[in-house]
Design a protein around this ligand. Structure first.
Ligand code: C5P
Length: 240
């Protein structure tokens, strides 16, 4: 039997990762957070002083070979009860780096790294490998297949996915959610900064020449602006 493949794409802070983790748990799928993988790649580049600078024409060979060599692993532990969410941890060569991936610094650099075609090629290979049964065995989360979220899963990574979802919500709504999630102070400046960051990251992700963020033609668009998390999860599970 062919393993099930769910592809979830959408802009920054559209609720992809929480939604996809819950759907994966309900359907017994292994969850893969590709935004987290691009963030881990950015952290690795930063640690090795290989982050590309604005206007760098070609990626350094050193950066590409160090990304190729690194082993990225994700482990998701199921939620303990109805009120809690599944937690995903990300490892580089066995080191848990989860706490270092959501920082403003990584967030500010990740989209530039993700624009580089050669970097995407390396990450594409790793993402496809993670959807193979052998990876499933090492992480032993879901055994029915894979649920992957990101920007180009339905268009590029798995164009033949069984189900493609495109999550959308207006940028103001997404900023408010991100602010709540990050436990920011709630001052208007903070919210404005989050909003500007989200708009800028979406712009970079949508306008890059290779694998830009866009809805696949056969994806089901789900607007999450007025729906609760559980409503969105139920809707996707019904489609699946
Ligand atoms: O989803 P998250 O906000 O963690 O993604 C971080 C960044 O990684 C995105 O803004 C985008 O630049 C990049 N990304 C990508 N392709 C994916 C997933 C993420 O380019 N499939």
């Amino acid at each position: 039997r062919q393993a099930f493949c769910l592809a979830v794409d959408g802009p920054a802070a559209s609720g992809k990762s929480t939604t996809t983790r819950l759907v994966a748990q309900r359907l017994g799928l292994t969850y893969i957070d590709t935004g987290g993988l691009y963030r881990a790649a950015t952290l690795l580049a930063q640690r090795q002083h290989l982050l590309p600078k604005k206007g760098d024409a070609a990626p350094q060979e050193l950066l590409l070979s160090s990304l190729e060599k690194a082993t990225f692993t994700l482990r998701t532990s199921p939620s303990q009860d109805q009120g809690s969410l599944p937690v995903t941890r990300i490892y580089i060569d066995g080191e848990d780096v989860s706490h270092a991936l959501r920082t403003p610094e990584i967030t500010a650099h990740v989209s530039r790294l993700a624009q580089i075609p050669e970097v995407r090629q390396v990450m594409l290979y790793k993402q496809r490998t993670m959807a193979s049964p052998s990876y499933e065995e090492t992480t032993a989360t879901g055994t029915n297949g894979v649920a992957m979220d990101g920007r180009d899963i339905g268009t590029t990574v798995f164009p033949n996915a069984h189900l493609k979802i495109f999550l959308s919500a207006d940028a103001r709504t997404r900023s408010l959610r991100r602010q709540a999630e990050w436990g920011e102070s709630g001052s208007p400046e903070d919210l404005e900064k989050i909003y500007q960051d989200i708009v800028e990251r979406d712009r970079q992700d949508m306008t890059r020449p290779v694998s830009p963020l866009r809805k696949a033609d056969d994806a089901v668009e789900v607007d999450t602006s007025t729906a609760t998390l559980i409503q969105v999860v139920d809707r996707i599970v019904q489609e699946g």
